[in-house]
Structure formats: structure tokens, C-alpha cells
Design a protein around this ligand. Structure first.
Ligand code: SF4
Length: 220
């Protein structure tokens, strides 16, 4: 079995019994996915859950959100902190509705024209709402893939060519949504930034994590 095939297989097997459940994973319209991703920037998922639910219950559509009183939106988003992000979301909702109407596109180039939408958020909407095989890169993805495949993750690794090639090769193009959710959950629950749980990790058990081989076993 090739190394990337094995990686995807082990990751998927792990996820079958260890997945996390979030409301934005159930209803993956472009609008709801975009709202969730904007809220998740720099904020823990468990903090986002109640705010996200209140937001989409109050504004089930882009039109309703764009036409809402900004003061009401600020009140809902206030618990997330980061006032610059709140103003960005209000601005983005208005521009998105004026430009695209009721239905947001799942086209990365179009999404990138919206204020505050960068590569990760645009890619996440294309992947989660559109099922497109987009290799998402953030610090969590970099950490897991870098450790497993022995690629340098110091500094601005996510901007380096080597890391882009690696995320591209590891991506499950047949089932990108499951793959990305599994990778996110694995990074949050097992391959954590500090003190990863290597002893109960499928990659250490299968002897296919370079970090484990060189930095954990060698120290024992
Ligand atoms: S063995 Fe440790 S470092 Fe390697 S993927 Fe598992 S948790 Fe991460």
C-alpha cells in the first residue's frame, strides 16, 4: 500500500469511531459553511457552537442576514470577541448578497473577492459545501502531515511549496469532505500541538509516523 493510501486508510478508520459532531457539518450550504468558517477563525469550535446556532436560527438565509439590523448581528456575535471580525462579517454579508443574491457561489475565485475571505475559508466552502477536492492548509493540517511524513513544520511551513505538494498528495480526492473532517478531528483530539497522544495513535501503531520514530521512540 502506498504511503498516502495508507495514511488516508488509517485516518478514515480512526474517524469512524472518533468523529466530532458540529451543527455546521449537518447543513452544509455555502452560506452556513461560510458563516461557520468565519466564526471558527481563531476561535475554538466548542465556543462557536452556541453562537453559530443562534445566528443561523435567527438568519436562516443570506438575504435575512444581509438585511438584518447590524446591532442585532453584533449582539449575537459578541461572545466570540474580536470586534474587527464582527464588523468584517457584517460587511461581507452585505457585499455577498449585493453581488451574488440568495445563493453564494462555491467557486474559490469568486469567494476570494469577498472581504476577509482568504484561501482557507474559500477552500473550505468549496470543499464542505461543494464537495470539491481542495487541499485545505492551516496550522493543524501542517502539524499532522508534517509529523507523519517528516516534513519541516517550523516557521511559515504552510506557505512553502513542499507543504502544498504534501497536502495535495495526501488529499482523498474521492471523499474530500470526510478526509478533511477526519484530519481536523485527528489534529484536535490526538495529534495535538503540545503533548500529542502518540501512544494511542494509529500512525504510531502502524509505524508510519516519522515524528514518532525519530523523536519519541529514540528518546525511550
Ligand atoms: S504518532 Fe504522535 S506525532 Fe505521529 S501522528 Fe500520531 S500523535 Fe501525531
Amino acid at each position: 500500500m502506498g504511503q498516502f493510501l495508507q495514511f488516508r486508510h488509517l485516518l478514515k478508520q480512526w474517524w469512524l469511531t472518533a468523529s466530532r459532531d458540529f451543527p455546521w457539518r449537518h447543513h452544509r450550504s455555502p452560506y452556513r459553511t461560510l458563516i461557520a468558517e468565519l466564526m471558527l477563525r481563531r476561535t475554538r469550535a466548542d465556543q462557536v457552537v452556541p453562537v453559530y446556532e443562534r445566528f443561523v436560527n435567527s438568519y436562516p438565509t443570506l438575504a435575512m442576514a444581509a438585511q438584518a439590523d447590524p446591532c442585532d448581528i453584533r449582539a449575537i456575535l459578541y461572545p466570540l470577541g474580536l470586534s474587527w471580525r464582527i464588523e468584517n462579517i457584517i460587511d461581507l454579508l452585505n457585499q455577498a448578497y449585493n453581488r451574488f443574491g440568495e445563493v453564494l457561489p462555491i467557486d474559490i475565485e469568486a469567494l476570494l473577492t469577498l472581504p476577509g475571505v482568504g484561501d482557507y475559508v474559500a477552500g473550505a466552502v468549496a470543499c464542505f459545501a461543494g464537495g470539491q477536492p481542495v487541499a485545505l492548509i492551516d496550522t493543524n493540517v501542517v502539524r499532522v502531515l508534517g509529523r507523519v511524513f517528516g516534513v519541516d513544520i517550523q516557521g511559515e511551513a504552510r506557505r512553502r511549496r513542499e507543504m502544498h505538494d504534501l497536502t495535495d498528495s495526501a488529499l482523498d480526492r474521492d471523499d474530500p469532505v470526510t478526509y478533511q473532517y477526519a484530519l481536523l478531528d485527528f489534529a484536535a483530539k490526538v495529534c495535538t500541538a503540545k503533548n500529542p497522544f502518540c501512544n494511542c495513535c494509529p500512525f504510531s501503531q502502524a509505524s508510519c509516523c516519522e515524528f514518532y520514530k525519530h523523536f519519541i521512540i529514540d528518546k525511550k
